[in-house]
Every structure is written in structure tokens, then in C-alpha cells.
Design a protein around this ligand. Structure first.
Ligand SMILES: *Cc1c(COP(=O)(O)O)cnc(C)c1O
Length: 408
């Protein structure tokens, strides 16, 4: 009971949820695309620009020192949140997409050669496919796909059978944004390491929904996006093991990533600054730090437990709708429900639901190979966050029923 009370209070911290959409109270169920921001994150951003703004790592004056302290404080919060060994392993980037491109163009470009192989799963977001295709075309490497079954699950035995001494990297999502599947990334890491390959985990979706422990997973790279975990857009994190970062060439050149420059030679800055060229997204990092404070105050175990219960309720409620088919029924699944309704185009469904104030997404969810697997052009996706509740699900269900009546 205490937990229920608790989560009602949490919802009240999100001012955007107090507004109406098309004359109805907003029900926001597009957390897979981006999350809403709690007051404390909005306050942290406003406070920064009102009282703390200065460039970091440069000034000797108080304001700049305070901005630097806040920025580096946010890095320490990220370190604790993902259980990295050191803040040297926490590189601020724009988001998951940039983190993966950084690994592709720095680590992989330096270490892979023609004939080497990278394995991705069939359920990857385009951000964990296209950077490897670009690299494939640059280096002549191979990109192999670990297929999933019709529940939307991969098979560890199949991965075991695919890896060889040619495999240099396994890149997989921790949680699928299109299906909700939670992958066994720790076991996948062990398989990758058994042949000397590295493991990259795309944590863009997982970071808002479960405790993340990179030391326990054992992965070499972990990518996440601030905006999916109640933080601002334009900030994300690449975690990488220190030894790997030390050996990797810079991704971009410019200010902050150098120690000294002459026209003959440039010496690079120490970690993690070697990978943070240019003035960083200071306010974004501070906002992400506030989002981490928000999540850790609830506790990630509690977040996962709450959403698990809500997912079960939603799955049961939606399953009762005639003609509705849930796409993605993995045993280990986070708060994402993708579905189709016989005879109804997903876009028409989502458009009608918007009329009822319900924000869901109808698309391929940047995972077109997933749509190809299930032989559908798109799905409607309801994705949960900490502020959703059973009343939201009930409104979702009646809106679907109403839309069905109109469209069929
Ligand atoms: C959102 C998402 C991405 C891309 O994140 P950006 O913040 O757009 O860079 C990558 N992978 C998954 C699984 C996602 O959900």
C-alpha cells in the first residue's frame, strides 16, 4: 500500500501531466520515445542558467569553479548509478546514438580489420545497426544477426554457436524499445568474452526501468540517454572500461580534449576529457544528475517492481480486447506493450487515441527489422513510466475499444 501511495506522489512531481490534450487529461504512454521531466530536473536546469552558468574546466573564478563542480558532480552520480569503477570511465555524449557511433569510429575502426565480425541482435534499434553498417562499408567487416523467436527472445545457445575467433564485438540492447524484451546481457557478455570479443550494451531503454550494474554485467561498453530516464535531451553517457578508453584514439578534435597543441603535435587530455571535445552540454549533465537523484530516491528495484506490476495489469487488460495481438511476449520483459489490431492501421488507431488525450506511438519504433520479423509495417506501442497508473491503462483500453468501433 505504501508503494502505491508513493507512486501517486511521484506522478504529482511531473507538471506536464496536469495538462489537457484535446479536452482530456493527458495520458502519456510514449516513454519509450522520451520520458517527461520531474520538477526537480526542471528546477536544476533553471537554477543552472539563473545562478551557475559559466564554462567548465577553464575559469579560475568562483562561478566557473562552481559550474565545473556541478558538472563533475553529475559525472560521479552517473558513476554510482551504473556502478562504474571510476569517473574516468564515464564519458558525456549527446545520447545513446552518439555513444555507439563513438565506439564504432574510435575503438572499432582502430581494432577491426577486413574479415572480422560484429554480431547484433535482430531486435536492435537503428542506432545499434547503422553505425556498424557504416563501419562495415569502411573496413570490409561482416555484420551478423542473432535472430529472435516469435516471443521476441534471443537464444544464448544460438549466440554460442555464432561466435568464433573472428568475432570482435557483440552489440545488443539491454531492453528492446519495440518489444520490451530484456536480454540476458551478462550471459551474452560471457559468451563474447569466451572468444576474446568485446561486448557493447545499448542501455537507452533499460536505464529508466531497472538497476544497471556494469561491473556485474561485465560489459566493455554501455550506452544510455538522459532523456529516456527523466533527464534532459542532448545528454547521454558512454561507459567504457578504462583500459579500452586509454588505448582508443579521440573521436572528435577540439577544445577540452587536448592537453597541449602546437602545429606539429597535439597531446590529448586525460580521461574522460579526451572524448569530450568542445564545450559540453553542461546544463544537460547537471539535469541528468538531478534525474539520477530523482530515480535513486525512489530506488531502481522499486521502479522495476512497480512497472512490472503495471505491465501485468496492462497485458491482461489489453489481451481481453477482441482482435488485439500483442507483439513481443518475452518471459523477461519491461514496460513496453506493442500491439496490432486486425483490420486497423496502427497510425489510424494512434490518431484517434490522441483525440482522447492518449499519447501512444504508432511506428516501426526505429527497429524496422523487428517489424519485418513479425511481418507488420508498424505497431501501436504503449510504453510505461513511473508516473503511469492503472487509471491510465483503463483509459487506454476504452480508447482502443472506441477507436475500434469507429474504424471497423
Ligand atoms: C531511444 C533508443 C536509442 C537511441 O537513443 P537516442 O537518445 O535517440 O540517441 C537507441 N536504442 C534504444 C533501445 C532506444 O530505445
Amino acid at each position: 500500500m505504501a508503494a502505491t501511495q508513493n507512486f501517486a506522489d511521484i506522478r504529482a512531481q511531473f507538471p506536464i501531466l496536469n495538462q489537457q490534450e484535446n479536452g482530456h487529461p493527458l495520458v502519456y504512454l510514449d516513454n519509450g520515445a522520451t520520458s517527461q521531466k520531474p520538477q526537480m530536473v526542471i528546477d536544476a536546469l533553471a537554477r543552472y542558467y539563473r545562478q551557475e552558468n559559466a564554462n567548465v574546466h577553464r575559469g579560475v573564478y568562483g562561478l566557473s569553479e562552481r559550474a565545473t563542480e556541478k558538472y563533475e558532480g553529475a559525472r560521479e552520480k552517473v558513476r554510482q548509478f551504473i556502478n562504474a569503477a571510476s569517473t574516468k570511465e564515464v564519458v558525456f555524449v549527446r545520447g545513446t546514438t552518439e555513444a555507439i557511433n563513438l565506439v564504432a569510429q574510435s575503438w572499432a575502426r582502430e581494432n577491426l580489420k577486413e574479415g572480422d565480425e560484429i554480431i547484433v541482435t535482430e531486435m536492435e534499434h537503428h542506432s545499434n545497426i547503422v553505425p556498424w553498417q557504416l563501419l562495415r562499408d569502411q573496413l570490409g567487416i561482416r555484420l551478423n544477426v542473432l535472430r529472435m523467436n516469435n516471443q521476441g527472445e534471443i537464444c544464448l545457445g544460438a549466440l554460442q554457436g555464432m561466435v568464433s575467433e573472428k568475432t570482435k564485438l557483440v552489440a545488443a540492447t539491454h531492453m528492446s524499445n519495440a518489444l520490451g524484451t530484456i536480454n540476458p546481457v551478462k550471459e551474452m557478455t560471457e559468451i563474447a568474452h569466451s572468444v576474446g570479443a568485446k561486448m557493447l550494451v545499448d542501455g537507452a531503454q533499460a536505464c529508466a526501468h531497472m538497476a544497471i550494474d556494469v561491473a556485474d554485467i561485465g560489459c566493455d561498453f554501455y550506452a544510455l540517454s538522459g532523456h529516456k530516464m527523466y533527464g534532459p535531451t542532448g545528454i547521454g553517457v558512454l561507459y567504457a572500461k578504462e583500459t579500452l578508453l586509454e588505448a582508443m584514439p579521440p573521436y572528435q578534435g577540439g577544445g577540452d580534449m587536448i592537453y597541449s597543441v602546437t602545429f606539429e603535435k597535439t597531446e590529448y587530455n586525460v580521461l574522460p576529457y579526451k572524448f569530450e571535445a568542445g564545450t559540453p552540454n553542461i546544463s544537460g549533465a547537471i539535469g541528468l544528475g538531478a534525474a539520477i537523484d530523482f530515480l535513486t530516491a525512489i530506488g531502481m528495484e522499486q521502479v522495476a517492481g512497480f512497472e512490472h506490476e503495471l505491465l501485468a495489469y496492462a497485458t491482461e487488460s489489453l489481451s481481453r480486447i477482441d482482435g488485439l495481438q500483442i507483439i513481443g511476449q518475452a518471459k523477461n520483459k519491461g514496460g513496453v506493450i506493442s500491439f496490432i489490431i486486425e483490420g486497423v492501421h496502427p497510425h489510424d488507431m494512434a490518431t484517434l487515441m490522441d483525440q482522447d488525450g492518449i499519447a501512444v506511438r504508432a511506428s516501426h519504433h526505429c527497429a524496422m527489422p523487428v517489424m519485418q520479423h513479425f511481418n507488420v509495417p508498424a505497431t501501436v506501442r504503449a510504453s510505461l513510466g513511473v508516473y503511469n497508473n492503472k487509471a491510465d491503462i483503463d483509459r487506454l483500453v476504452s480508447a482502443i475499444e472506441e477507436a475500434k468501433d469507429m474504424l471497423l
